[in-house]
Design a protein around this ligand. Sequence first.
Ligand code: AMP
Ligand code: TRP
Length: 328
Amino acid sequence: MKQRIFSGIQPSGNLHIGNYLGAIKQWLPLQDEYDALFCVVDLHAITVPQDPIELHKKTLEIAKIYLAAGIDPEKCILFAQSHVKEHTELAWILNTIARLGDLDKMTQFKDKSAKGGAETSSVGLYTYPVLMAADILLYDTAVVPVGKDQAQHVELARTLAERFNKRFSETFVVPEVKLSKEGQIIMGLDDPSKKMSKSASSEYNYISLTDDAATVERKIKKAVTDSGSEIVYSDDKPALKNLINIYTLFSDKTQEEVVAMYQGKGYGDFKAGLTEVIVHFLSPFQERLASISDEEVEGVLRKGAEKARIIAKEKMRQVNERVGFLSE
Ligand code: AMP
Ligand code: TRP
């Protein structure tokens, strides 16, 4: 039997090439190796204020992005989190298992609440990692592929699974994290010391998956580079290293091959080549994206939720019984 894998992306902000290279692209081969569930985590998105019309649009867009990238609903379960009520049901129970001491350690909450002040942050933002644990544990997930920033949340899911199992008997699989490799973390084009982010204040930080060729060219031209003029791959040149990483991931060439191609050439030639490989990926991707209708993606999500619900309902029946609730 294949092991189960679960991952998700929030329908907020603009999905950028970092999300594609660091997450979605890594998921494509996993659809064959694992019994995979991929989720649009709309319940997580509303832990910070969202415009309802935008949220609706973004949820469809993210699902279309999954499909255009090659996530195949015949091979995996693709669904929207709010369609499967068991996520919130399990999150409540896990909220009674999680301790303030567990959540007080979560660095994402500290970072996010620091922006607007912890006083005015929602309680939902605070218990965000508990909902994420529910997503994972509901499906007996064995492996969770995420970026390093989410590792602490997966660790919490492990803690809650172990604590529940100990208190109520063996119920949940204790999940393992699967981190994206270092080269697959894409840094900001305007600041290579921070990761490319959909909430960045400048559009020159990222290349959105919906940017057209002219925009890609303009942004790559403006991307910061290091001193010197040679194309070398080195930790001393973090800006160039990041651009070479992007080049290799989109061209499936190695770093050595890319460096060799630009031997004796300068940043101008390299940036022109980089723009080309990005656009070479983005234009057919965007064509596929545009060809998927709202109705089509709604149908895919509805079917995905039906399949997810079967697994989730059975798990909740077990959980409710162990906790001591009367059967319905
Ligand atoms: P987020 O944009 O934080 O909701 O992340 C969605 C997914 O994309 C997660 O699996 C992240 O780890 C991944 N991701 C986000 N930003 C980057 C980045 N700059 N480089 C690589 N992966 C990223
Ligand atoms: N919190 C994750 C992020 O921001 C998204 C997410 C929600 C997730 N639930 C999940 C990822 C369950 C993996 C498994 O990237």
